[in-house]
Design a binder for this molecule. Structure first.
Ligand code: AMP
Length: 358
């Protein structure tokens, strides 16, 4: 992987005219809206087929870079144009998915966030390892070798399964063995170790939106949502006798706002801090800006984290005008998109821009 000389790139930037650039997808409208609210220039990297739609938000986007394929982001001409506009890339959930981790990791434009996390995020196992090292409670897990120890309902997760497609639930080692063998025969996985087998935690799903500010050295809880997933969240509408016939699936359809019992916030904050500290320890300089811990809250108040995202999540689109929590920190309508722009401005004004870019 080519090493990026970030310092040299930033040296040539006119920091008084920074642009916030992102792929036109996922949470880009929120990111543009926040950047404009902070008076920054915005650049949409957009696939031709989406141009008309994004153009209709005339207020939000100053410059368009039109590409035929998303992977053109890493082409010399696009990189050059981005640098000319003094761009800082704000990553979101579609970045690695659309351009691939190699392009995202080697992109010759400064990124607001922790690039080295992309490699960890690409592997469910590495992700769980990071959470465990950080002493964040995670579900019990089983490997292909200890299937016979399974004494509870488990969720079997397949690598790269978008929206949980192909996941299945079972409590029977023989059934799991058989289904994994079938998946190996079909070429979906190459060995049982490719599947992540986790205890299925019963409780309420809750996704915590955090923002870690390297400039203020402060962790902020900026919101919380529930992902509404099809068909698992629809099953409760059926009488019990029909539910057994249906295999649950976990495709995210939308997000529902949530406020937490205040007594839970202390634990949510603590686990967020553990994540910040673990990324500082194992992936210096550590997390920069937004991230999300994805959890189940049990009936005794225990929080079990089964996943994380090291960047802005789509659930924050609920709070473009600020969330109940962001008002407590800022007393103004502060979305995560706007918070990103605010952090970039604070870093620039305090001559600490390198602290927030990788
Ligand atoms: P993931 O691909 O890990 O984000 O999981 C997709 C969905 O499956 C989640 O949003 C949850 O609804 C559900 N899920 C994942 N892991 C667990 C677990 N260990 N226990 C209960 N539900 C889970």
């Amino acid at each position: 992987m080519a090493k990026i000389d970030l310092e040299a790139i930033i040296k040539r930037y006119d920091l008084e005219n920074i642009s916030i650039a992102t792929l036109a997808s996922h949470s880009s409208l929120q990111i543009f809206h926040g950047a404009r609210a902070e008076g920054l220039n915005t650049v949409a990297i957009v696939e031709r087929s989406r141009l008309e739609f994004y153009r209709s938000f005339t207020r939000l986007i100053n410059d368009f870079i039109v590409v035929d394929r998303w992977s053109d982001l890493c082409s010399e001409s696009v990189v050059e144009k981005l640098r000319e506009l003094n761009s800082i890339i704000v990553p979101h959930g579609s970045l690695v998915e659309y351009v691939g981790s190699e392009c995202a990791e080697s992109l010759g434009v400064p990124i607001f966030g922790l690039r080295s996390l992309y490699r960890v995020e690409a592997s469910q196992r590495l992700k769980m390892d990071l959470l465990k090292r950080g002493k964040i409670p995670v579900p019990r897990s089983f490997s292909g070798r200890d299937l016979d120890d399974i004494d509870t309902l488990v969720i079997v997760k397949l690598p790269g399964a978008k929206g949980g497609r192909g996941y299945f639930l079972s409590r029977d080692p023989a059934e799991i063995r058989l289904r994994l063998k079938r998946l190996i025969d079909e070429g979906v996985i190459s060995s049982t170790d490719d599947a992540l087998i986790q205890e299925y935690v019963v409780g309420v799903t809750a996704y915590f939106h955090y923002f870690y500010s390297p400039i203020l050295d402060r962790l902020e809880i900026l919101g919380c949502d529930i992902r509404y997933e099809s068909n698992v969240d629809g099953l409760k509408r059926l009488p019990n006798k029909y539910i057994e016939e249906i295999e649950p699936t976990f495709t995210v359809i939308g997000n529902i706002p949530m406020v937490l019992r205040e007594s839970l916030l202390l634990k949510v904050y603590d686990y967020g801090m553990r994540f910040v500290n673990e990324t500082k320890r194992s992936l210096p300089p550590g997390i920069i800006g937004p991230f999300c811990l994805e959890s189940i809250v049990r009936d005794n108040g225990d929080i079990v984290v089964f996943e994380f995202s090291g960047r802005i999540v789509a659930g924050t689109n609920l709070y473009i005008d600020g969330s109940p929590y962001s008002w407590l920190y800022w007393d103004e309508p502060m979305s995560v998109g706007r918070r990103i722009a605010r952090e970039i401005k604070m870093a620039r004004d305090r001559r600490l821009i390198k602290k927030i870019l990788t």
